[in-house]
Design a binder for this molecule. Structure first.
Ligand code: TDO
Length: 180
C-alpha cells in the first residue's frame, strides 16, 4: 500500500496493493492495523454506498458536531473527489485537494474529521462507497456551496452539475460555521 500526503493536511491518497491473477484481482480495502499505522484513525462505525449518474455533484458536506472521518472510493465508474480543509487552526485552512478515484485506478482518499467532502461523477454511472468514523447526524450536517469562489475548487465540469436542492443552497464559505 502506498500512502501520499495531499495539499490538505491529513488528507491521504491511498494506493492499495492489488493482487491480480487470471481470475481477476484481490485487495484489502481496509484493514485496521495497516490503516491505523498509516494515520487513518478509526474506529469506523458506518459504511455508505451511493450511486450517481454522470454530472451529479454531491457536497460539500460536513458535520459541525460529530465530525466524520471518511475513507472513500469509487467501486464502479469514476469520480472527482474533493476534500476542503475547514479547520481554522490548520496550516491548509481553506485549501482543497481533488483526485480522480475510479474502479480502474482503485485509489482511495482518507478525509479526516474537520474537512468538508464532495465529489463529481465523471462516468455514466458511479458507485461510491465509504467508511465513516461517526454516525450520520442530520441535525449537525452542514453544506458549503460547491462553487464558492473563496475556495475555488477546480471541478472538471462539462456544463452545469446536477445537484440536490440542499446542495444548490449551500452556504458560502465566508458565512459557514467552521471548526476551531
Ligand atoms: C448521508 C446519509 C444520508 N441518509 C439519507 C438522507 C436522505 O434521505 C438520503 C440522501 O441523503 P443526502 O442527499 O445527504 O446524500 P449525499 O448527498 O450522498 O450525502 C453524502 O454526500 C457525500 C459527499 C458525503 O461526504 C457524505 O458524508 C454524505 O454527506 O439518504 C442516511 O440515511 N444516512 C446517511 O448517512
Amino acid at each position: 500500500m502506498k500512502v501520499s500526503q495531499t495539499a490538505v493536511q491529513g488528507v491521504l491518497l491511498i494506493e492499495p496493493q492489488i493482487h491480480g491473477d487470471d481470475r481477476g484481482f484481490f485487495y484489502e480495502s481496509w484493514r485496521q492495523d495497516v490503516y491505523a499505522e498509516a494515520g487513518i484513525a478509526g474506529p469506523f462505525v458506518q459504511d455508505n454506498h451511493s450511486r450517481s449518474a454522470k454530472g451529479v455533484l454531491r457536497g460539500i458536506h460536513y458535520q459541525i458536531q460529530q465530525p466524520q472521518g471518511k475513507l472513500v472510493r469509487a467501486t464502479r465508474g469514476a469520480v472527482f473527489d474533493v476534500a476542503v480543509d475547514l479547520r481554522r487552526s490548520s496550516p491548509s485552512f481553506g485549501q482543497w485537494t481533488g483526485h480522480e478515484l475510479s474502479e480502474d485506478n482503485r485509489l482511495m482518499l482518507w478525509v479526516p474529521p474537520g474537512c468538508g467532502h464532495g465529489f463529481l461523477t465523471l462516468s455514466d454511472e458511479a458507485d461510491f462507497q465509504y467508511k465513516c468514523t461517526a454516525y450520520y447526524a442530520p441535525e449537525h450536517e452542514r453544506t458549503i456551496l460547491w462553487n464558492d469562489p473563496d475556495i475555488g475548487i477546480g471541478w472538471p465540469l462539462d456544463g452545469d452539475p446536477s445537484l440536490s436542492g440542499k446542495d444548490a443552497q449551500g452556504v458560502p464559505f465566508a458565512e459557514a460555521e467552521l471548526y476551531p
